[in-house]
Design a protein around this ligand. Structure first.
Ligand code: SF4
Length: 199
């Protein structure tokens, strides 16, 4: 993985931890490219947690509509921003426990923010790619993301958690794709005995 993806990192555009948090909330069930298109105009218009916290909800819904599930996402974005302003002095908290108190934030989002914005390895990001690849590479036999994360935390050294999740996500996007994995080009092919392998 290091040979294939030495510089794997988060594809969501952001200038600070708060923007990464908002982008990650918007990225649920949506591509990073689409989120980046939306945030390119969203972030200049809402430059602070206050701006999001006290936004006009229907206007915000319209603006984030292309990312899907826009009503729930608008609620999460505004709710999380409000708590950051009113409960955390305007700063994104840096612990898993605190992040999980923010509306719309579960472990996946918290791990993205902690790992990428703060360099804190509190867990492993388990998105759809990590979920699929953990099964194919026999790193976990669980289906539930929380249980998969626990398995990965057992087998991957903690100082690799942040990079490893990015590498797995990149591998899932570029090579080990859901429907047609490109096994002939895969650097992990000799280690993989997944039933999904096409070779
Ligand atoms: S060999 Fe195929 S199924 Fe296995 S990890 Fe590589 S791309 Fe995925």
């Amino acid at each position: 993985m290091d040979e294939a993806y030495p510089a794997a990192t988060c594809a969501l555009h952001h200038d600070n931890p708060f923007q990464l948090l908002i982008s990650t909330i918007l990225s649920a069930q949506c591509t990073d490219e689409r989120v980046n298109q939306v945030t390119a105009t969203l972030f200049p218009k809402y430059p602070s947690p206050e701006a999001f916290a006290y936004a006009n909800p229907s206007e915000l819904e319209k603006e984030i509509r292309p990312t899907g599930f826009f009503r729930n996402k608008a609620k999460s974005v505004m709710g999380a921003s409000k708590l950051i302003v009113e409960g955390f002095g305007g700063k994104v908290p840096q612990t898993m426990e605190e992040l999980l108190t923010l509306p719309g934030v579960a472990r996946k989002t918290a791990n993205v923010v902690l790992g990428t914005a703060f360099g804190v390895a509190s867990g492993v990001v388990v998105d759809t790619h990590v979920q699929r690849l953990s099964g194919r590479l026999d790193l976990s036999r669980q289906k539930d993301p929380k249980k998969i994360e626990q398995d990965l935390m057992q087998v991957i050294p903690q100082d690799r958690w942040i990079l490893f999740s990015h590498q797995l996500i990149w591998h899932g996007r570029r090579v080990c794709q859901a429907r047609k994995p490109r096994c002939a080009e895969c650097t992990l092919e000799s280690l993989c005995y997944s039933k999904d392998k096409i070779i």
